[in-house]
Design a protein around this ligand. Sequence first.
Ligand code: GDP
Ligand code: MN
Ligand code: MN
Length: 252
Amino acid sequence: MQLKLEAFTVDNIPLIKKGDDLAALICENTGIQDNDIVVIASTIVSKSEGRTFVLDGIVPTQPALEIACKNGEDPRFIQAVLDRSRECLVESPILLVETLNGHVCIKAGIDNSNVENGLLLELPKDPDASAKQIVEGIHKITSKRVSVIITDTNGRAFKIGQTGVAIGLSNIAPIKNWCGEKDLFGRVLEITEEGVADEIAGTANLLMGEGDGGNPVVIIRGLEMYVDIDVTIKETYRPDGEDVVRKGLRCL
Ligand code: GDP
Ligand code: MN
Ligand code: MN
């Protein structure tokens, strides 16, 4: 059987400002259907939630000053990253942290790309909650049941090339468990768990791009992965004690 999915951008999304209603903007600019997966760049979620800030007035602590000496960054910026992190896994040459939400990424996801000069943008405070709010907003406007995935662009260990990853979601399970399914030769699969939320994020990111395309929202249609139970991206975060990579980094 031929399998097929559609991926398309939602056009005419403006430059997002604090207080903008993303659900309304999405519904105004596309025909939403049941089971659509609405993939949204975290950048616009953060902007709508007013998560911009400036370095002026941030007073770096001793750890921030020490890290800044190693990697040459502005110590106030390092402080801003530390303030949003639970643990610093690598200080230099990359600043790799676990954010307060449990997402491991460079610089706590703070950056200045696609924001006005002088401003920095941090990740949404609770991306699962943001996703849920947009799901509910879309339902209110259209009566359609959709899934939402909020994405960011992250680098990867071991490989060159950044990709879209899921940092928050609602109404879609982030992992598809293949255990118990059979392969082509009837062998029962024992360990394969597919990270579907990241795969969808990566697919959507192909259309979003990273620059001035102005395409922060992509609809994925045809996957039928809607679930009506509480889900969280945190299911994908490997428990500390089982994470050999983290263990290795702590020995650096
Ligand atoms: P991130 O991956 O969440 O950090 O977002 P990016 O900065 O890589 O942007 C992803 C896409 O969204 C790109 O096509 C940007 O041009 C676009 N984008 C970012 N901010 C806005 C905005 O406020 N309005 C619109 N229309 N597009 C935006
Ligand atoms: Mn980003
Ligand atoms: Mn991006």
